[in-house]
Design a binder for this molecule. Structure first.
Ligand SMILES: Nc1ncnc2c1ncn2[C@@H]1O[C@H](COP(=O)(O)OP(=O)(O)OP(=O)(O)O)[C@@H](O)[C@H]1O
Ligand SMILES: Nc1ncnc2c1ncn2[C@@H]1O[C@H](COP(=O)(O)OP(=O)(O)OP(=O)(O)O)[C@@H](O)[C@H]1O
Ligand SMILES: [Mg+2]
Ligand SMILES: [Mg+2]
Lengths: 227, 227
């Protein structure tokens, strides 16, 4: 599903060069559940943004479903992104003056999903994440963990075959985190959805099958998750 | 240092009433290191905002250093807040188009700290948090964990006798989290700074001496931290 060849992402900031990604080559197959770990600043979010087609590498190749994404036109790329990838951002990226329900509906607006179906799916996702009753609340009226779950709900509603989740449990208590992870495991095992998940917590990573570790923009290990 | 009596914070949202705080009465003495835990939505951030004088309760009393904060004038309250309390927000609250250095300088602007001293202290704090070399970068040029550490640096620079830290390690890898916690322990033991810290992680809470647990706006336990 995902193949990268010698990806680099280099930021030039004045005289400094920051190598966020430094020759990342790896493959992730359909149906895998992969955890991505590593110290702060090691390139995890940058990697997620590149494979989620939200950012471009400085150099290197990225094949999504066998297609070189650099050769895609902008509209085709946006369509791929919207249909194939559900994204949970590290900073949530919720629309601030918009209800939880409407935030979760956003991906479906791009699909021309009919209004009634949009609302039903968004409500289903919010309920699955314990937010029934809070759908009309704006992000400023929700706690940190509640906002995080709205972000997760939004990633689920398009039935995308690939979910990229950047630290989806950082603001969640243990019990809620485990519930989220069990939901991801069900999506992976029953629906064959590919999941790539960034986390700092080994307990959370232990729900995955394979763990990729980053350090200073490099992959320093890639093996079966310890359980 | 902190005494609350039957604090309530009730939000009315249409027909719904959300009791973020529901009769919270407790005391925190100078020099304590307290962890605050509880499920998502249980009232932790609300409590932190009230004791940090960033928000007012619906009812109840709050004495800071023996003074009833509801009887303070706005300017006096702002001054108390700026001199006595360092705050690490759950969402960081960094100024987006401002460098890390300038973000950390902000609390000192309110104190009329001289420019050279402002810069030196801000650099000291950024260096203590592993961000030397990144001081001129804006939040958008920093990773999630790097932004979080800028937020922590900002809380330290006024030498406030009370630090309120709302999930200060949620985006940090274990090694960096332990370093932050050891810094907090040093500040508490050597400088007698009172620390109140929200966390979901028992490993992080174990650095404290006392753990207060919230559930649905109530304190459900308040005892020595298990080690
Ligand atoms: N837009 C940008 N401009 C400049 N540098 C950036 C930018 N985005 C990220 N970086 C830098 O690239 C490096 C990798 O960042 P990245 O966000 O991928 O790290 P991360 O592994 O996700 O860290 P964290 O665990 O703290 O979230 C960091 O040093 C970061 O400061
Ligand atoms: N401005 C607001 N308007 C309405 N409701 C609010 C507001 N702020 C918080 N709430 C609600 O009050 C309750 C407590 O919120 P609070 O942010 O204190 O929880 P928390 O314990 O910090 O949760 P988390 O662990 O998710 O950060 C939640 O149900 C939340 O949705
Ligand atoms: Mg990141
Ligand atoms: Mg909170």
């Amino acid at each position: 599903l995902i193949e990268t060849n010698e990806l680099k992402k280099i930021y030039l900031l004045g005289e400094n060069e920051v190598r966020a990604l430094d020759n990342v080559s790896l493959k992730i197959n359909t149906g895998e559940f992969v955890a991505v770990m590593g110290p702060s600043g090691s390139g995890k979010s940058t990697f997620m943004n590149v494979i989620g087609c939200l950012d471009e590498p400085t150099s290197g190749r990225y094949l999504l479903d066998g297609i070189d994404v650099s050769k895609m036109e902008r509209d085709a790329l946006a369509q791929i992104r919207n249909k194939k990838i559900g994204f949970v951002f590290q900073g949530f990226n919720l629309l601030p003056r918009t209800s939880a329900l409407e935030n979760v509906e956003v991906p479906m607006l791009y699909n021309n999903t009919p209004p009634r179906q949009r609302k039903d799916r968004a409500m289903w996702a919010l309920k699955a994440l314990g937010l029934e009753g809070r759908e009309h609340h704006h992000p400023s009226q929700l706690s940190g963990g509640q906002q995080q779950r709205v972000a997760i709900a939004r990633a689920l509603v398009n039935d995308a075959p690939l979910i990229l989740a950047d630290e989806p449990t950082g603001n969640l208590d243990t019990k809620t985190s485990v519930e989220i992870m069990e939901l991801f495991v069900r999506l992976n095992e029953e629906n064959k959805i590919t999941i790539v998940l960034v986390t700092h917590e080994t307990d959370i990573a232990s729900f995955s099958q394979r763990t990729i570790r980053f350090l200073d923009g490099h992959v320093i290990s890639d093996k079966a998750t310890k359980r």
